[in-house]
Design a protein around this ligand. Structure first.
Ligand SMILES: [Cu+2]
Length: 154
């Protein structure tokens, strides 16, 4: 009997851990993890209105999170000629202002940024568009190397 009770406690704790990750419900919070080079999104259903993103940089370099209303990552305009950004980066200047929902700004290594955005129902793409300069003056764009994720708001 005692062993069964102990197991129940462990299962209960595991359930708590899961619900903390998939917040959903009234809080409408989304946990986002940035690292080289991916974006992890942990959430239940996200409802239209005020959506709070808790963005943590678990990587070893500075990242950011930009939110654009778009059907998918492939729908985003790309930089075709190196300039302020490298070829293959998201061409943010070519995106209509009405589709730009906002961004976190730089998120330092090991830190978190919590920011609330007003998101109508729809599909969104979140990405890090930072270019890291590497030897020879070449830039390494984070979006191009996988730092992108989608978010659906219902
Ligand atoms: Cu990045």
């Amino acid at each position: 009997m005692r062993r069964v009770l102990a197991l129940g406690v462990v299962v209960g704790l595991a359930a708590l851990g899961l619900s903390a990750c998939s917040s959903g419900g009234k809080s409408n919070g989304v946990q986002v993890t940035l690292q080289e080079y991916s974006i992890g999104v942990h959430t239940g259903p996200v409802h239209s209105g005020q959506v709070t993103l808790h963005v943590t940089n678990a990587g070893a370099m500075t990242h950011e999170l930009v939110i654009i209303r778009a059907a998918s990552a492939s729908a985003l305009p790309r930089v075709e000629e190196a300039g302020e950004r490298s070829v293959g980066a998201v061409n943010e200047e070519a995106i209509p202002d009405t589709d730009k929902m906002g961004e976190t700004g730089d998120v330092a290594v090991g830190s978190s940024v919590t920011k609330t955005f007003t998101l109508p129902a729809g599909s969104y793409v979140m990405f890090c568009n930072i270019d890291t300069k590497i030897a020879g003056g070449t830039a390494f764009n984070h979006f191009k190397h996988g730092m992108v994720a989608t978010l659906t708001v219902i």
